[in-house]
Design a protein around this ligand. Structure first.
Ligand code: ZN
Length: 264
C-alpha cells in the first residue's frame, strides 16, 4: 500500500495502487483522486485506509487540483482538508511547504514525479515540503523552487534539507516528441536536454526523457547534498500491477497520493 524512504524521519509515504476498496478495473484498488470513476465515498474511504497506514489524520491532508505549474503554497493547519473534505472555492497548484504540525502535504501522481522534502536543524525537524513535477513542472524548476522557499521561509540551508523522488515514469518508458525536447532545451539549456532527453534508437524524432535525472540534477544544483537525496527506483509504467500509470493505461487510471507531515 505504501512505500517509504529510509532517509526521511517525518511521517511520509508514497502510495501504491494496492490495499484500497475501489473495484473498477482501472481504479482498483487504492485510487486517491476524485473524478476518475469511483464515487466520492470510495475515494474518501481509500483516503482513510491510506492515512491510517501512514499514521496521519485524513482530515489533515491538503491536496488541491494540480495544474502542471510551479505554484507552491506556504500552508498551515488552517488549510487542512483542502481538496478532499473542502472542495468549494479552493486553490490550484502543485506544491506546499509548512512548518506546522496538524497538516499533511499531499501531491497526486500517476507517472508524474512526486518529490517530498524535509528540513532538519540542530537535530530537529522544522519543516516539510511536497511538489508534483510532470514535465512542465520539471522544466519550470518546481523542485529547486521548493528548496529555495524552504530556505527563505524557515531559515535553513540547502544542506539541511533531505529530498526524495518517488515512484514515477522512468526513462525506459517515457517516449516523447520533438516539442518536449525543445521545451527542455529552451528552459534548462542544451546541455540538460542532451543529457536527459536522448534520441530513440528505433523511431525518428522520438526521444526518451529522464524526468528523474532532470529533477535529481536540479535538486543537486539547488544545493541538496547527494547523501540527502534519495530516489525510489521503481518505474510506474513498468509496474502496472503496483502503480497507476497514465502512460501504460492510456489515461484510464486511478491516482496515487504522496504525503509528508511534521506530525499530528
Ligand atoms: Zn519503465
Amino acid at each position: 500500500m505504501l512505500i517509504k524512504s529510509k532517509i526521511l524521519r517525518s511521517a511520509h509515504a508514497f502510495s501504491t495502487r494496492e490495499g484500497g476498496v475501489s473495484t473498477l478495473e482501472h481504479t482498483k484498488s487504492l485510487n486517491l483522486a476524485f473524478g476518475r470513476g469511483d464515487s466520492d465515498e470510495v475515494v474518501l474511504k481509500n483516503l482513510e485506509i491510506f492515512a491510517e497506514a501512514v499514521g496521519i489524520d485524513p482530515h489533515g491532508i491538503i491536496s488541491v487540483p494540480q495544474i502542471h505549474s510551479d505554484i507552491i503554497y506556504k500552508v498551515g493547519r488552517a488549510d487542512a482538508g483542502e481538496g478532499y473534505y473542502k472542495r468549494a472555492n479552493i486553490r490550484e497548484g502543485d506544491g506546499y511547504i509548512t512548518d506546522e504540525k496538524g497538516i499533511t502535504l499531499g501531491v497526486k501522481a500517476a507517472d508524474c514525479v512526486p518529490i517530498l522534502f524535509e528540513a532538519e536543524k540542530g537535530g530537529e525537524l522544522i519543516a516539510v515540503g511536497a511538489v508534483h513535477a510532470g514535465w512542465r513542472g520539471t522544466v519550470a524548476g518546481i523542485a529547486a523552487k521548493c528548496v529555495r522557499m524552504l530556505c527563505e521561509e524557515y531559515n535553513v540551508a540547502p544542506s539541511d534539507i533531505r529530498a526524495v523522488i518517488g515512484p514515477c515514469i522512468h526513462k525506459c518508458c517515457y517516449e516523447v516528441g520533438e516539442d518536449l525536447k525543445m521545451a527542455v532545451e529552451q528552459r534548462l539549456g542544451k546541455e540538460m536536454s542532451d543529457l536527459f532527453v536522448v534520441p530513440s534508437a528505433d523511431v525518428e524524432n522520438k526521444y526518451f526523457c529522464d524526468l528523474v535525472g532532470l529533477n535529481r540534477h536540479l535538486l543537486l544544483e539547488a544545493g541538496i547534498l547527494p547523501e540527502n537525496l534519495d530516489v525510489v527506483d521503481l518505474c510506474s509504467c513498468c509496474h502496472p500491477e503496483l502503480f497507476f500509470s497514465h502512460r501504460f493505461s492510456n489515461g484510464k487510471r486511478g491516482t496515487m497520493l504522496n504525503v509528508i507531515s511534521l506530525g499530528l
